[in-house]
Design a protein around this ligand. Sequence first.
Ligand code: ADP
Ligand code: MG
Length: 253
Amino acid sequence: MSKVIISVKDLKKNYGQFEAVKGISFDVIEGEIFGLLGPNGAGKSTTLEIIETLREKTSGQVFVGGFNLDTEQNSIKQLIGVQLQTSGFYPGLNLVELIDLFAGLYNRTINPRDLLKMVNLEDKAKSKFKDLSGGQKQRFSIATTLINDPKIIFLDEPTTGLDPQARRNLWDLIKSIRAKGTTVIITTHYMDEAEVLCDRIAIIDSGKIIALATPDKLIDDLVATGFERPKEVKKANLEDVFIHMTGHALREE
Ligand code: ADP
Ligand code: MG
């Protein structure tokens, strides 16, 4: 039985005269990885931040875990894990101290070492955030979404700017979080990433959802229109070469 955990109905967001989100509707099913895909400026972050209670909507209805965004924001906040702004990662504190600080904000007691282990950063427990590599920073940022043991986490372009090894490592991390039953909403403009990770995808362009289905269905629908890819003459691409030669192992430590 699939259960709707997030329901968005006719959501609109205006910035002054500008309509950034133009009445979108979608449901997210409990336990899935749901992707919001679209070019820059499509309205992905705006949509995510409204659901996360971080931004006011102009109109429409949003329910998270059955709670109404208009009247039950505090209940919603307890269900969700949000990537904290890295500007909040006080430069003088190490990773364990940062986790303790955030856990305090959430009124939780957790073992920072366990959390760091989960995101493969146990060796960096005493390091400062600013001294981490790009991939490590992203893993730590994802770890902070898990502090309050959320049912849903929101990841806004988590792999932007990472090298191929770090991206794959992050995909594995996101899959392992979902395997524990956490619902994941992710935005990306990398189609390979969406194809690997997402159970369902909404494609959003200029504030409107123009398609919503599984990656397979979207591809099959395109093929059914008679679309054919220019013949693939090579069985690998340059990224395959890169990964084959440099390996999957992380190089950042
Ligand atoms: P995406 O995350 O898909 O790149 P955003 O949700 O960040 O898109 O932005 C959608 C549109 O809204 C863009 O045109 C952006 O310039 C505009 N926008 C975003 N935030 C603001 C804001 N605070 N004030 C005015 N316009 C904004
Ligand atoms: Mg964005």
